[in-house]
Design a protein. Structure first.
Length: 114
């Protein structure tokens, strides 16, 4: 199995195993989005957002994984990259379906040998 397929399989398993959580609602801190589809729905878990978008994100050269994280008590989508190269980071969205996206430099991801 190639590394890309392994990473996609891992993301799918993580997304399937995550408990469904509703993002916290609160006052808006920025300008209103152009459409309401950009804001997370209370019944839409981040794991489902990841499952819908993992293949597209993993297709960006330099991206090695995606997962659900948390920052300041708020769910975020984390994108793991080989390095913080501008050519990679500029292609990663700042938000996705209303969730903040954070970039994390992880380096190469290799399967463990058992």
């Amino acid at each position: 199995m190639n590394t890309h397929a392994l990473a996609l399989a891992t993301v799918a398993l993580l997304a399937a195993g995550c408990q469904s959580r509703s993002p916290e609602t609160g006052a808006s801190t920025g300008a209103a989005p152009a459409d309401t589809a950009a804001q997370p729905a209370t019944d839409q878990s981040l794991s489902l957002v990841i499952a819908r978008n993992a293949e597209k994100l993993m297709g960006i050269p330099g991206v090695v994984g995606v997962y659900e994280g948390e920052t300041a008590g708020k769910p975020v989508l984390r994108v793991m990259v080989l390095s913080r190269a501008d050519s990679t980071v500029q292609r990663i969205p700042k938000t996705l379906e209303g969730y903040d996206v954070e970039v994390e430099v992880s380096g190469p991801i290799k399967p463990m040998n058992h």
